[in-house]
Write a protein that binds this ligand. Structure first.
Ligand SMILES: Cc1cc2nc3c(=O)[nH]c(=O)nc-3n(C[C@H](O)[C@H](O)[C@H](O)COP(=O)(O)OP(=O)(O)OC[C@H]3O[C@@H](n4cnc5c(N)ncnc54)[C@H](O)[C@@H]3O)c2cc1C
Length: 382
């Protein structure tokens, strides 16, 4: 196992200070290690996640070589040749587990923003003190965007949140964490080869969730109540003005509808499996409140917006992969983690084999199936 940084590097170096997992502690489990503390329904801080993964490295006795950067992987004979910061390595098979979130996915709009406005991506963001005083525009209303909009608003700044397609979820439903429902009802176990639209499932934004000791729901209504101003999807910059789409109301209706459908699925599952008595009564939530009127543009030169935080998602980085298996959009070509080159595998990508593939909780099942395939490949190759 080759790691350019330290064990749990992404959790140590690429997350903001206040972040807690959005998956509950009982879902922090890896083969041979599970959370055994006093708060199974709590959410780990970054220090706790780092300790958990360090413990896993010990428990699993994984042969990790840290501080070793892989700068090239290429096909060589019936295997691969790797160039690393500590020399060349030959391998019959390679598993790419380099992460799905190595770099921020920022739209080209950023190049048109006047230099007077500071810009920050979420990989660089640590806390509000990094930003100048004054108005902040947070772009993107998925898990990261809603969390940072709330934190920046609480720091006293005026915050505008640009909202595109999003996935709304309550933190708890009928007394249980919503991720309990996802896991128990089988939604998270839905397999990649059974989904109607796999491409869409793989691009779905992360749900609007936050892990807090209060188990609070952080949806757009909660943000509105905190004083965050909601605005449409950022579409263009013209003459120093940011232009936003209208149609917030439609976007809210769609997200509300999808949430209700998911809750219906949960209710149906509880009824059909006789588990109604384990949970509270069905709940329905207030629809997302649309502002009376939303501005369609902001003058980026007026001083009203002093900084922009891009919470527009992440993408993997494969600059070091010299095997032609990455498509024009930067996605690895693979079938359930079996990459389109003999003996090359991947783990930890969105809906790799199941909806839960990118979560700590989801890796065990995927890893077992992918390594089974790998072992079969080596056996066949003799
Ligand atoms: C903001 C954020 C919040 C998240 N919250 C949760 C959550 O609450 N619960 C949850 O289950 N999941 C969460 N996730 C998903 C989380 O990323 C995964 O659960 C998990 O970290 C994925 O582990 P990984 O090992 O696949 O990838 P990573 O953690 O990204 O690890 C990949 C490793 O590969 C190393 N690497 C990359 N390229 C090279 C190279 N060329 N040479 C050598 N080493 C290299 C990197 O340094 C890194 O350490 C979150 C993700 C983000 C971005």
């Amino acid at each position: 196992m080759l790691e350019r940084g330290e064990v749990a590097n992404s959790w140590r170096r690429e997350r903001w200070d206040s972040l807690r997992l959005l998956t509950p502690n009982w879902q922090s489990r890896l083969p041979g290690l599970r959370y055994e503390g006093l708060e199974p329904d709590g959410y780990m801080t970054m220090r706790e996640v780092t300790e958990f993964i360090e413990r896993f490295a010990k428990v699993s006795a994984a042969p990790v070589r840290t501080g070793l950067n892989v700068t090239s992987v290429r096909r060589s004979g019936d295997g691969y040749r790797l160039t690393t910061s500590a020399g060349e390595i030959a391998a019959r098979t390679v598993v790419i587990a380099s992460g799905a979130c190595n770099q921020p996915a920022v739209p080209a709009l950023r190049d048109a923003v006047p230099p007077s406005v500071e810009q920050l991506t979420t990989l660089r963001y640590r806390n509000p003190a990094q930003l100048p005083d004054g108005g902040v525009l947070v772009v993107g209303a998925s898990a990261t965007g809603v969390q940072l909009a709330a934190e920046l608003r609480q720091s006293g700044r005026p915050v505008t949140l640009s909202v595109g397609e999003h996935v709304r979820l309550p933190r708890t439903y009928r007394g249980r964490d919503v991720l309990w429902w996802m896991a128990e009802s089988g939604v998270w176990d839905q397999r990649y080869d059974e989904l109607d639209d796999l491409t869409r499932a793989r691009r779905l934004p992360s749900p609007q969730l936050v892990g807090t000791p209060e188990r609070a729901t952080l949806d757009l209504n909660a943000l509105t109540s905190m004083g965050v101003e909601l605005i449409g999807r950022w579409a263009a910059v013209r003459d120093g003005h940011a232009l936003f789409s209208g149609g917030l109301r439609n976007m809210f209706s769609l997200a509300d509808l999808k949430m209700v459908r998911l809750l219906d699925t949960f209710d149906e599952w509880a009824r059909d499996t006789g588990r109604d008595s384990e949970v509270g009564p069905p709940e329905r939530f207030e629809r997302t409140r649309a502002p009376e009127s939303t501005p369609l543009q902001l003058d980026l030169g007026s001083g009203e917006i002093r900084s922009i935080v891009w919470a527009t998602g992440f993408r993997p980085e494969y600059g070091w992969l010299d095997v032609p298996v990455v498509d024009a959009k930067g996605h690895l070509r693979h079938e359930g983690g079996v990459v389109d080159s003999p003996g090359l595998y991947a783990l930890g990508l969105p809906v790799l084999r199941r909806r839960k593939s990118t979560f700590i909780y989801g890796i065990e099942d995927d890893a077992r199936e992918v390594t089974d395939h790998l072992a079969g490949y080596l056996a066949d190759a003799g």
